[in-house]
Ligand binder design. Structure first.
Ligand SMILES: NC(=O)c1ccc[n+]([C@@H]2O[C@H](COP(=O)([O-])OP(=O)(O)OC[C@H]3O[C@@H](n4cnc5c(N)ncnc54)[C@H](O)[C@@H]3O)[C@@H](O)[C@H]2O)c1
Length: 428
């Protein structure tokens, strides 16, 4: 596995757990040292145990030595990041191409080179071109095997994926990948193969579709707020239709994370290059950007436009629960904004303090949700961590004017009203 981040580390540990010998490579020396000392650099439930077990049995090794790892391997997975380019909204492929060049210098026998990184359609062709500058095409095959795991549920998603997608024009190679995944296929996962560009496209089209579903219900929630309709009922009523499905149909803050924002942007840029206007996805990107500000405006309204000196507590700052990932979280705009407007912000997140907020003058991290909520004027539930689902707000905060803005609809409006709390939620 080249790149030992969320995808490389989880997949590497899980492949080792299936009985393979796995070398996890990273250029980040601190990360590799940490892993060799038994520390896990990311927060992912269940990962620690799998890493430890397979490390001790020597099936899982961590190294900075890409050359050695590639030479020893039959299959090389590229799992490096493909962030949004600083120049435009495309996927920055510099890390992928650099790894491709490094692999090409170390091919000593036939290798299957698999892209797990999310890469725009046609990138596999470019990787093949790069490697064939150094090695004959008989020595390698480039295959696409996009990753669909969700942070926070990554181990389960690896072990029980809905589907495993592999893209290659070479049937023999597809069979090799199928046999690698056989233990998962035997447990009921569907193995779907197509050509390489097809697999690359499936990944982006899937992420853009899920982002669309989220933005769609978020806009419907705005409409519900104006019409006295409960968006939760709308989600349930819609989701019962099997053609629609209930997942990813829960209203909340703007979508964030390391995938949806960058992948929606990248697919529209790639499509533009192919002279195709993905207008729906472009409008989803726009809707999501607007939503980040829309919910901040709602906070202002709840506080009657008086933010200065207000004590605001934010529960959860990651883009979703069970991860420490802050990439593109809507809290990254929210906390600095409230801070700039003179609020005193306290936040609590089960995954710990965030470097992103350390420099802000009036933003403080608290070690417990109770302590964080103690003196608040307004409590904002931003991320739906389980531990936020049964807080007795009245018990921990005696302020009669306490306001609660539940951006995840974790509580019942009726119950909150009955207990005398000023409660606001999304689309209800
Ligand atoms: N995070 C997710 O939930 C998720 C899910 C599905 C797909 N993906 C895709 O998988 C890819 C990786 O995502 P991630 O979240 O794991 O990224 P990440 O940033 O957590 O990890 C990438 C790792 O690659 C390493 N790296 C970069 N260049 C390298 C090189 N030349 N040699 C060795 N190591 C190198 C980095 O140091 C880093 O540790 C992306 O394309 C992403 O879109 C991510």
């Amino acid at each position: 596995m080249i790149g030992t981040g969320y995808v490389g580390l989880v997949s590497g540990a899980c492949f080792a757990d299936l009985g393979n010998t796995v070398y996890c490579v990273d250029k980040d020396i601190d990360k590799i040292n940490m892993l060799n000392l038994g520390d896990i650099p990311i927060y992912e439930p269940g990962l620690n145990e799998i890493v430890k077990k397979n490390y001790l049995s020597n099936r899982l090794q961590f190294t900075n030595d890409l050359s050695k790892a590639v030479k020893l391997s039959d299959i090389v997975f590229i799992c490096v990041g493909t962030p949004t380019s600083k120049k435009d909204k495309s996927a920055d492929l510099q890390f992928v191409f650099k790894v491709a060049r490094e692999i090409s210098r170390n091919i000593n026998k036939f290798k299957i080179i698999v892209t797990k990184s999310t890469i725009p359609v046609g990138t596999g062709d470019k990787i093949e071109k790069i490697i064939s500058r150094k090695k004959s095409k008989k020595m390698f095959e480039v295959v696409s095997n996009p990753e669909f795991l969700r942070e926070g549920e990554a181990i389960r998603d690896f072990r029980y994926p809905d589907r495993i997608v592999v893209g290659s024009n070479n049937k023999k190679i597809i069979r090799k990948l199928e046999s690698l995944y056989e233990p998962l296929i035997k447990k009921g996962s569907i193995f779907f193969s197509t050509n390489r560009r097809g697999a690359e496209m499936i990944k982006y089209a899937s992420n853009a579709f899920l982002a669309t579903k989220i933005s769609y219900i978020n806009e419907i929630a705005n409409f519900c707020e104006k019409t006295g309709v409960n968006v939760e009922d709308v989600s349930l009523g819609m989701g019962l239709d099997k053609r629609i499905g209930s997942r990813f149909l829960r209203a909340g803050p703007a979508y964030g994370g390391s995938c949806f924002p960058k992948d929606t942007k990248a697919i529209t840029v790639t499509a533009d290059l192919f002279k195709t206007n993905l207008s729906i996805i472009k409008s989803v990107i726009n809707s999501n950007l607007k939503r980040r500000m829309l919910l901040i405006k709602r906070i202002k309204k709840i506080l009657s436009n008086k933010i200065k000196n207000k004590k605001i507590t934010i529960l959860g700052v990651t883009f979703k629960p069970n991860t420490d990932d802050m990439r593109e979280s809507s809290s990254l705009l929210m906390l600095p904004y409230l801070n700039k407007k003179g609020a005193k912000v306290t936040y609590y997140d089960p995954s710990g303090e965030k470097n992103e907020f350390k420099k802000l003058k009036n933003v403080f991290f608290s070690n417990s949700p109770n302590e964080a909520c103690l003196k608040a004027d307004l409590i904002v539930i931003h991320t739906e961590w389980d531990e936020f689902k049964s807080i007795d707000f009245k018990k921990i905060n005696k302020n009669k004017n306490l306001k609660i803005y539940d951006m995840r609809n974790l509580y019942s409006p009726k119950k909150m009203k009955n207990s005398g709390l000023n409660y606001y939620s999304i689309g209800r």
